[in-house]
Ligand binder design. Structure first.
Ligand code: NAD
Length: 479
């Protein structure tokens, strides 16, 4: 199998993986390259009956997996991380073609590296039994038992890394897992699971590549004890409702509309690149990306100018071209959301500093890097989650007012404060209603640092020891 790349026709490094995951029979979905519209491969369209079979298999495999104990399971997860590393280029190329993100920059290779890194961290994080009370008479210990079968439902923006965020702690804690990838990016997840399953015992990790109906069935399934969900707030609410009858545990990582607040003491040129990547990582298709930038009037023009200089220099194009660091939007629906929000901003008199003129007749979904100034709260580009490469930059004068605006949404995933005075920035950060507030950066996550949302951005924590605890049933042994 060959692929056309900007540097010539190449043997696709993922050809063997794609062969292994392409079904010989049954209904399939064509998966098209979002940069070119070309056919990449065909994904199975699994049904609710396939899901039932996968859950039954995972259920049957769970006791033996739990019985292996933490040490052996960690060894197997480390072997899985090695397998990801050994297949890293193939996984990154397939991810780049299916999701659209370039190989280079904080994109496809970075994501595959993150997938193996988080797998290793979940394997290595110690989880000790905790003596919670001991007065000589009462001795109480807190420990964590496996839940059973865990469902993992994921989005299309970071499909491989988010799958590992969901499955690695679940497996480590002695659960078996059924994964339901986004219908937009199934191949990346099917290939990842295929690689991981080369080292795991049969039945421990299953993938069901169906549509929303299969996601809905997973979240009502009586044999599934917990759902790890990352996706939109609307779907998160549907999952809360459909999980109620079986009282499923849930970790919900939902949408955001992260604010960044730039204080007047910054050096605009020094922060411009950090601001850019905070907003435009993965071409803006990132849950905890900077989505509303509030800049103090004293430095407003200088920050706008510095951002334009950085943004102009970042090449956007086909992912397999090694020079690109920005790619297309993954799907046409997302292109249309960004287009609508920017058009509304333009119609309201906001000033386009860069971009804002997409080619609507192209075969791909490229939306140009767009910076919009002189825009205000109330504009849809400020109030709604754009999830794409268009950043509104809002001028402010009063700190109390801007904090009120940053908090004036019903979501609260991340936020950032930019200042040359760390203590001053920390004081502002403490007033922001968000799960994470970064200082002089935005969106950086680490496998040992807990991550989760406030308000309607969801509940539950991922990563680190908190993330492991979320995949177990707490049990107190008292006596
Ligand atoms: P989405 O909610 O449309 O879909 C996510 C997944 O849910 C898909 O696999 C889909 O098939 C499944 N699904 C759809 N309906 C379902 C139902 N009724 N029951 C169960 N599953 C169902 O989200 P998306 O468009 O793929 O992702 C983009 C959104 O995800 C953005 O809002 C973004 O902010 C959010 N996101 C959040 C995080 C985070 O960590 N908080 C990370 C990435 C993305």
């Amino acid at each position: 199998m060959t692929i056309d790349t900007p540097t010539g026709v190449l043997e696709a490094p993922y050809a063997d993986l794609l062969d292994a995951i392409t079904p010989e029979t049954g209904e399939v979905r064509d998966i098209l390259d979002p940069a070119t519209g070309e056919l990449i491969g065909r994904a199975p369209v699994h049904t609710v009956e396939d899901l039932d079979r996968a859950v039954a298999t995972a259920r049957a495999a769970q006791p033996a997996w739990a019985a292996l104990g933490h040490e052996r399971r960690s060894e197997l997860l480390l072997a899985a991380a090695d397998a990801i590393d050994a297949n890293a280029e193939a996984l990154a190329h397939l991810l780049s073609r299916e999701q659209g993100k370039p190989l280079n920059g904080p994109n496809a290779r970075f994501e595959v590296g993150g997938a193996s890194g988080w797998m290793r961290a979940a394997a290595a994080t110690p989880l000790e039994t905790e003596v919670v009370f001991d007065d000589g008479q009462t001795h109480a210990e807190l420990t964590y038992r496996p839940i059973g079968v865990v469902g993992a439902i994921g989005p299309w923006n970071w499909p491989q890394m988010i799958t590992v965020w969901q499955i690695a702690p679940a497996l480590r804690m002695g659960n078996t897992v059924v994964v339901k990838p986004s219908e937009f990016t199934p191949l990346s997840v099917l290939a990842l699971v295929h690689v991981i399953n080369s080292v795991l015992p049969e039945g421990v990790l299953r993938v069901v590549s169906g549509g929303r109906d299969v996601g809905a069935a997973l979240s009502t399934h009586p044999e599934v004890g917990k759902v790890m969900f990352t996706g939109s707030t609307a779907t998160g609410k549907a999952i809360i409702r459909s999980s109620a009858d079986t009282v499923k545990r849930l970790t919900l990582e939902l949408g955001g509309n992260d604010a960044g607040i730039v204080l007047p003491d910054v050096d605009p040129k020094a922060i411009a690149e950090g601001l850019f990547w905070g907003a435009f990582i993965n071409t803006g298709q990132t849950c905890a990306a900077l989505k509303r930038l509030y800049v103090h009037e004293d430095v407003y023009d200088a920050v706008c100018d510095a951002l334009v200089d950085v943004a102009r220099a970042m090449p956007m194009g086909v992912g397999l071209d090694e020079q690109n660091v920005l790619g297309p939007l993954q799907n046409r629906q997302q292109f249309e959301i960004v287009d609508r929000l920017v058009e509304a901003a333009k119609a309201s008199g906001a000033r386009v500093l860069l971009g804002g003129e997409p080619d609507r007749d192209q075969p791909g979904n490229f939306y140009p890097t767009t910076l919009i100034a002189d825009i205000h709260d109330g504009a849809p580009l400020v109030d709604e989650e754009q999830f794409g490469p268009a950043l509104p930059i809002i001028r402010y004068r009063d700190l109390d007012e801007v904090i009120e605006k940053a908090n004036g949404t019903d979501v609260g995933l991340g936020a950032s404060v930019w200042s040359s005075d760390r203590e001053r920035a920390r004081a502002v950060a403490a007033r922001i209603e968000a799960g994470t507030v970064w200082i002089n950066s935005h969106g950086a996550v680490h496998p040992m640092v807990p991550f989760g949302g406030a308000k309607q951005s969801g509940y539950g924590l991922e990563f680190g020891v908190e993330g492991l605890k979320a995949l177990g049933v707490p049990q107190v042994i008292n006596g």
